[in-house]
Write a protein that binds this ligand. Structure first.
Ligand code: ATP
Ligand code: MG
Ligand code: MG
Ligand code: MG
Length: 565
């Protein structure tokens, strides 16, 4: 590709919403441009990298026995109503009516459609297993799109679905996909850890998450130093403690809750209305100290229960005066958020949140706040968060006698054993050896291509720009002729030679200052840079520099192509 004929608009300007390095660098290197909140255009260099990732994913899927398919991105809403996910997905899923008044959705994922295909095409155990995938755009109206393409509203996902007659067969394919995912991340040059995960709104019986450890991640990884335990925080929240009530009963004197923003923000995240779903008991104890309990509207937690939680101590509903004094608000109160920080004791019934829809989180009632991610929505250091799980834990606490460590990470992929959740509801069934009708066991396997790209940058950059792993770099090499005559000519020749050898090369034939070209080459992060300068060319040499190294080396012009390739 010739720089003069493409569009790689490098810039120094970083928009204020670009908070993390990968987002800033993708804009600065001219890979992407924002069209609207959470919607990005991929320009030529960005697209090349995305395509390389896509090709690696496709190759590994095919190698592991997946068959490529393509589903429409608009689905009949009816399918989603049948599985109950029309409700579960809440506002994250976009819906629209067509000209005939029929309701459709913009696919955020595709379990329903694949189960529907299975319901029509699968009849006998003899057809199973089947393993299909697609690479297509997904739309999710994320509550808070951010970090550029890491959490965007439209993104490219590889989603795979498998159908089985037995759990053993499902497990086998699940593990093949698990291994294929490892291959994909290795080949893309992205560091990753594998975590036990909760199935979220996918439902089902088992799940693993592939996560890139890095500071800008929105997920929290909980692990032990010896590696014997690693889970995402959502799973960790469920694993060790099965009894919320028990734990809450021995609440310590000082409890403290996460501050996830205003009550409106929390409700919006939960897809609820404050007056409907969240009941807040503001009580005071004998010493006039404020006790707050936040519960689901229809939950049993009442004065009696609260008193039980307090070990029999009686409380009274706080008076208007007390609330006023406590909140500093003249009218009513602003909701539990913020207040909880000041309260003497706080009880949060997380089922309030777990019951309602949302875009992330565990699928088990009473154990988890959907869509609220500790560390992202409130600081992890809030030591006194009173929940019945190891989210209470802080760095250094122990789990099964081993030290717990926390790290942030970016979820890049997730595999699920769905079981029969979708096949039962959509009648994706087969006849077994005895002629008995059974729902297929299903697995599903998702990976975010844009996220791989951003995480590759997030984990490979320096002050001059991106340092691409060569496998997914927009270009493998860039030729920078410095000078218009012989240098340009030698550059042209080298360009043809490299192209003939199959090297993906960019020729910077712009009429620009040398400094600009060299800076852009570094910013764009091309792994091999060949500079054709007057002095060295006079001696028959060019300068070769690897982006990963700081030193140049002089090589003979005739050998440059061979050495690069
Ligand atoms: P998150 O927890 O970050 O919201 P998710 O668990 O909702 O992600 P999945 O439903 O498991 O995502 O989708 C599979 C993959 O799609 C994810 O592992 C991720 O790589 C990618 N993905 C999901 N949401 C987005 C998004 N908003 N922008 C870019 N990629 C996404
Ligand atoms: Mg999500
Ligand atoms: Mg997730
Ligand atoms: Mg996920």
């Amino acid at each position: 590709m010739r720089y003069s004929q493409t569009l790689i608009p490098t810039t120094r300007e970083v928009p204020s919403d670009a908070e993390i390095p990968s987002h800033q660098l993708m804009i600065r290197a001219g890979l992407i441009r924002k069209i609207a909140s959470g919607m990005y255009a991929y320009l030529p260099a960005g697209m090349k990298s995305l395509r390389k990732i896509e090709e690696i994913v496709r190759e590994e899927m095919n190698r592991a026995g997946g068959c490529e398919t393509l589903m429409p991105s608009v689905h009949p809403r009816e399918l989603w109503v049948q599985t109950g996910r029309d409700e579960d997905y809440g506002d994250t899923m976009a819906r629209f009516q067509d000209r005939h008044g029929r309701w459709n959705v913009l696919s955020p994922t595709a379990e329903e459609v694949y189960a529907y295909i299975g319901s029509n095409e699968i009849s006998s155990y003899k057809q199973l297993p089947i393993n299909m995938y697609q690479i297509s755009f997904k739309f999710r109206d994320e509550f808070r799109p951010r970090f550029g393409v890491l959490r965007s509203r439209e993104f490219l996902m590889k989603d795979g679905y498998s159908y089985h007659a037995s759990p053993e067969c499902l497990h086998k394919t699940y593990m093949q996909m698990y291994e294929a995912y490892k291959q994909i991340f290795e080949r893309c040059g992205v560091p990753y850890v594998i975590l036990e995960a909760e199935a979220g709104e996918m439902g089902g019986s088992g799940s693993h998450q592939f996560t890139v450890p890095c500071e800008s991640g929105e997920d929290v990884i909980v692990y032990t130093e010896d590696g014997s335990y690693a889970a995402n925080i959502e799973k960790a929240a469920i694993d060790p403690a099965e009894a919320v009530d028990e734990k809450i009963t021995d609440a310590p004197e000082e409890v403290h809750t996460p501050n996830a923003g205003s009550i409106e923000a929390v409700c919006e995240m939960l897809g609820t209305k404050p007056e409907q779903m969240i009941k807040t008991l503001i009580h005071s104890d004998r010493e006039g100290r404020i006790i707050i309990a936040v519960v689901r509207g229809d939950h049993e937690l009442n004065e009696e229960k609260l008193s039980q939680l307090l070990g029999g101590e009686k409380t009274e509903m706080a008076s208007e005066e007390q609330i006023k004094e406590f909140t500093g608000a003249s009218v009513g109160f602003a909701g539990p958020q913020g207040l909880c920080e000041k309260a003497h004791q706080v009880f949060i019934d997380y089922s309030a949140a777990a019951m309602s829809g949302g875009a992330a989180g565990a699928n088990k009632d009473d154990f988890h706040v959907k869509n609220i991610v500790p560390g992202r929505d409130f600081p992890l250091e809030s030591e006194n968060v009173q929940t019945a799980d190891i989210r209470n834990a802080v760095e250094g606490d122990t789990h099964n006698g081993k030290k717990l460590l926390f790290r942030k990470g970016i979820e890049v992929g997730q595999v699920f054993k769905l079981g029969t959740k979708y096949s039962t509801k959509l009648e994706c069934e087969f006849l077994d050896e005895n002629g008995k009708r059974k729902p297929c066991l299903m697995g599903c396997y998702g990976i975010g291509l844009n996220r791989i790209m951003a995480s590759a940058i997030e984990t490979n950059y320096d002050e001059s720009g991106i340092k691409w792993p060569i496998s997914i770099a927009p270009f493998e090499a860039v030729i920078v002729p410095i000078g218009k005559k012989d240098e340009a000519e030698a550059g042209e020749r080298l360009y043809s030679e490299l192209k003939d050898m199959g090297v993906d090369v960019l020729l910077d034939d712009r009429n620009a200052r040398p400094g600009v070209k060299l800076n852009d080459a570094d910013l764009l992060g091309v792994p091999v840079r060949i500079t054709v300068g007057r002095k060295s060319l006079a001696e028959g040499n060019v300068e070769m520099k690897l982006r990963s190294e700081s030193e140049n080396s002089l090589i003979k012009l005739e050998e440059a192509a061979g050495k690069t390739a």
